[in-house]
Design a binder for this molecule. Structure first.
Ligand SMILES: C[S@@+](CC[C@H](N)C(=O)[O-])C[C@H]1O[C@@H](n2cnc3c(N)ncnc32)[C@H](O)[C@@H]1O
Length: 430
């Protein structure tokens, strides 16, 4: 037991989230896992408790009858599958992962949305008589990773060719296509995206690596020039392939969006997940916000929003709407005004329903003063506050401490500027 514990610790490496011990996945371990004995091992581990509390006992028990490396590889895979369910749902239980590959993979909902855009463009082309037949149904997936986008494109009916420079990642992507019964639609090769022949492809997608190498701690890269391949490759790709899409970081500056391309910010469940760039027939707006799971989409139509006082209702736009700079478009849809020309809060006098913003009823509006806010909250018996802020320098945690509340009620306080003046709003989610 003592030896097992030491060995596991020595082999174990962080890399798949806080508090979760998973081994590094390497080529030999992955090959072994795909061989018949590994398949049986994985099936056996899948039925065991690999939670943090039981991990050592499970590993020790399995090692009595199986080689330590195979046990480690299978346990690692099962633990990665547990984590992957957040991105891939129950498909995760059949799929394969590396810690980095899972971290960087596109979640299934976003990948399906993207694949649907490729499918709609291909259908439109086929309807127009161009590239009809099998050829319109091919997509080149450069930097395919473990295949998050690859499998979504295959499920949308495309024949997909994936390219990734990492041989293990390629093996995992192939395994995922097989595991999800998509092998007939998918080929994957090890290679450099920048050296891949682009001629003749009707459609391409590229999801560049946005992390430093392991030797630099695998940190996120924010400078598009430091993507791998670098950002400029995306425009080369777009110039060569009629329907090109690419995934970029949601923080991409608007002025980096190439002329003629569409930038789309996608949120899922209210959380911004990514930005995508679209070229050619796939670019149908300059900027777009898409909200999943509903698929609501907003584009720039030149709306101008007035600023004005806070009315009975306050709206907090979805992050994709804010990142895409489409707050005024969201305002125009519900006849809302901005509470401050520089702040992304909207207001109306009567309630309006919109998928693009969360609506709150405004209970109180007061110029910001700690004393007045404390008095108001105490008078209402509030003991716990949710603090939302935009355009306010106040630290919510410090504010909560300074309020020294002790009531039993709960309230939501919005700290912002209204027509330039620091203001606190007491609101209630509708
Ligand atoms: C963000 S991940 C792709 C994730 C993928 N779309 C998915 O959903 O699983 C980026 C991938 O690009 C690969 N990569 C980085 N530079 C590359 C290059 N020059 N050529 C090919 N692949 C590259 C990395 O190995 C990594 O697997």
């Amino acid at each position: 037991m003592g030896r097992a514990r030491r060995t596991w610790r020595r082999r174990g490496a962080p890399g798949c989230g806080r508090g979760v011990r998973v081994c590094r996945v390497d080529l030999d371990a992955f090959r072994a896992l795909r061989a018949p004995r590994g398949v049986r091992m994985l099936a056996e581990v899948s039925g065991r408790d690999t939670g943090e509390a039981s991990l050592l006992a499970t590993v020790s028990a399995l090692r009595r009858d199986h080689p330590a490396d195979l046990v480690a590889a299978a346990v690692t895979q099962v633990r990665l599958r547990d984590r992957a369910r957040a991105k891939f749902g129950t498909d995760a239980d059949r799929m394969f992962f590396t810690p980095d590959g899972l971290e960087q993979a596109t979640r299934a909902s976003v990948a399906a949305h993207r694949a649907a855009r490729y499918a709609a463009a291909a259908d439109a082309q086929a309807g127009a008589g161009a590239q009809a037949g099998a050829d319109a149904g091919r997509v080149l997936d450069l930097c395919c990773g473990i295949g998050g986008d690859l499998v979504a494109l295959a499920r949308a009916g495309f024949t997909v060719h994936g390219v990734d420079r990492d041989p293990l990642t390629v093996m995992v992507a192939r395994a995922n296509a097989e595991a999800l019964d998509l092998a007939r639609m998918v080929t994957v090769e090890t290679g450099d995206a920048q050296a891949t022949a682009l001629d003749g492809w009707p459609a391409a997608f590229c999801d560049p690596g946005r992390r430093t190498g392991r030797q630099h701690g695998g940190k996120r890269v924010f400078d598009p020039a430091a993507y791998s391949p670098p950002f400029r490759f995306l425009t080369t790709l777009a110039a060569a392939v009629p329907r090109t899409g690419a995934k970029v970081a949601p923080g991409i500056p608007h002025d980096l969006v190439p002329d003629g391309a569409e930038a789309e910010w996608v949120s899922d469940g209210g959380e911004v997940k990514e930005a995508a760039l679209w070229w050619g027939e796939l670019a149908t707006a300059r900027r777009r916000a898409t909200l999943l799971p509903g698929g609501h989409t907003l584009t720039d139509a030149g709306a101008v929003a007035e600023s004005g006082p806070v009315g009975g209702y306050l709206y907090e736009p979805d992050g994709a709407v804010i990142r895409s700079g489409l707050v005024t478009e969201a305002a125009a849809l519900i006849g809302a005004r901005l509470v401050d020309p520089t702040i992304a809060y909207l207001s109306t006098d009567s309630p309006a329903s919109t998928p693009f913003a969360t609506c709150y009823a405004v209970l109180e509006v007061l110029p910001f003063s700690l004393k007045r806010l404390r008095g108001l909250l105490r008078a209402r018996g509030v003991g716990a506050v949710t603090v939302k802020k935009r355009g306010s320098p106040i630290d919510p945690a410090a504010l909560r401490r300074e309020l020294r509340l002790s009531g039993s009620g709960h309230a939501t306080v919005v700290l912002t500027r209204v027509a330039g003046a620091p203001t606190a709003l007491l609101v209630e989610r509708r």
